[in-house]
Design a protein around this ligand. Structure first.
Ligand code: ATP
Ligand code: ATP
Ligand code: MG
Ligand code: MG
Lengths: 227, 227
């Protein structure tokens, strides 16, 4: 599903130059569940944004579903992103003046899904994350963990083949976080590829594989799995 | 330091009525370290906002440093808040067009501290949270955990007598989170009262006492402390 080679992202120039990613290479097969871990500031969100086609690398290659993304432009880039990828942002990126339901409907609007079906699927997604009774609230009327779950619902309402989640349980208590992990396991069992950036070892432990990012470089972590 | 009685916060009316806090009562002595835990949506941020004088209760009483806060208005309210309380927001609330350093200087601007000393203390606070080399970056140029640490630095630069922190380690890896906990322990050893909302059991374990919030009500949790 994913193949990156020498992926590099550099911000700024001269004194303010920051190599957020300094040549990252790995492959992820369709249907895998990979956790990405590493210290604060190490480059995880930068990497996930590149994988999610939200940003372009300074150097290096990224092939998604066998196709080099460098060739994707404009409408085709947007369509590829919309059809294949569900993205959960570290800071949620919800529209503050839209309700939880209309926020979750947004990917379906882009996909041209009719209104009644959009509404039904959005309410179903909110129910999956335990927020059926908050569908009419706007983000400022939601707790931090509720906003995070709306962002998760929005990421999966379009039935993407790949879910990229940037610290999806950071604002959740362990019980609510466990519900989200069970949801992820269900998606993965149904064939969805999962790439989850996390600081939570419980979340990393559920993945089949752990990639560690340190100072903009990637390392495969040997996981000794308890049986 | 803190005494609350029957603290209540109700949002909305009729069908959209939400009792975020339904009568919370407890006391916290000066110099205590209290963790506030509970499920997502249970009322923790609502409670912390009331304690931080960022909002007014619908009903109930709140005495801060022996004085009923209901009587505080306008400039006196702002001054009390500025002098006594450092607040770390769950969503950081940084100014996106200001640098990390000028964001951290803000409480000192309100306190009338001269420019050179403001700068020195802001850089010192950023160094304490491991961000000396990010002082000139603006929030969009910082990682999630870096933004969270800038919010922490801003909360303690004014040397408050009480630090209220809403999930201060949610975006931090365990090593960086441990550094922040050591910093909190240092502040507490120096007499600062700490009230920390957290979903992280490691963070809760460092506190001397745990208050649990569930459905807008508070419960004292009996902690069996390992010796
Ligand atoms: N302005 C508002 N209008 C309506 N309901 C609100 C408003 N603000 C908060 N709420 C509701 O009040 C409840 C408590 O919210 P609060 O932010 O205190 O929860 P929390 O315990 O901090 O949750 P989390 O752990 O997810 O951050 C939530 O169910 C939320 O939906
Ligand atoms: N626009 C930018 N300009 C300059 N530097 C940037 C910019 N965006 C990010 N950085 C820097 O790049 C590095 C990597 O950032 P990134 O957000 O990928 O980290 P992260 O691993 O997700 O961290 P966290 O765990 O704290 O979320 C950080 O040191 C950050 O300061
Ligand atoms: Mg990040
Ligand atoms: Mg909260």
């Amino acid at each position: 599903a994913i193949a990156v080679e020498g992926l590099t992202k550099i911000y700024g120039t001269g004194e303010s130059r920051v190599a957020a990613l300094a040549g990252v290479s790995f492959a992820i097969d369709a249907g895998e569940w990979v956790a990405i871990v590493g210290p604060s500031g190490s480059g995880k969100s930068t990497l996930l944004n590149l994988l999610g086609l939200l940003d372009r690398p300074t150097a290096g290659r990224y092939a998604l579903a066998g196709r080099d993304v460098a060739g994707l432009r404009g409408a085709e880039l947007a369509r590829t992103r919309g059809e294949l990828i569900g993205f959960v942002f570290q800071s949620f990126n919800l529209l503050p003046r839209e309700t939880a339901r209309t926020n979750v409907e947004l990917p379906l609007v882009y996909a041209g899904v009719p209104g009644a079906e959009r509404r039904r699927r959005a309410l179903e997604a909110l129910d999956r994350v335990g927020l059926a009774d908050r569908a009419g609230h706007r983000p400022p009327q939601l707790s931090g963990g509720q906003q995070q779950r709306v962002a998760i619902a929005r990421a999966l309402v379009g039935r993407p083949t790949m879910l990229l989640a940037d610290e999806p349980t950071g604002n959740l208590d362990s019980a609510t976080g466990a519900d989200i992990l069970d949801l992820f396991a269900e998606l993965n069992a149904g064939g969805v590829t999962l790439v989850v950036v996390t600081h939570d070892s419980t979340v990393a432990a559920r993945a089949g594989r752990v990639i560690e990012i340190r100072d903009g470089r990637s390392y495969e972590r040997d996981t000794v799995r308890a049986t």
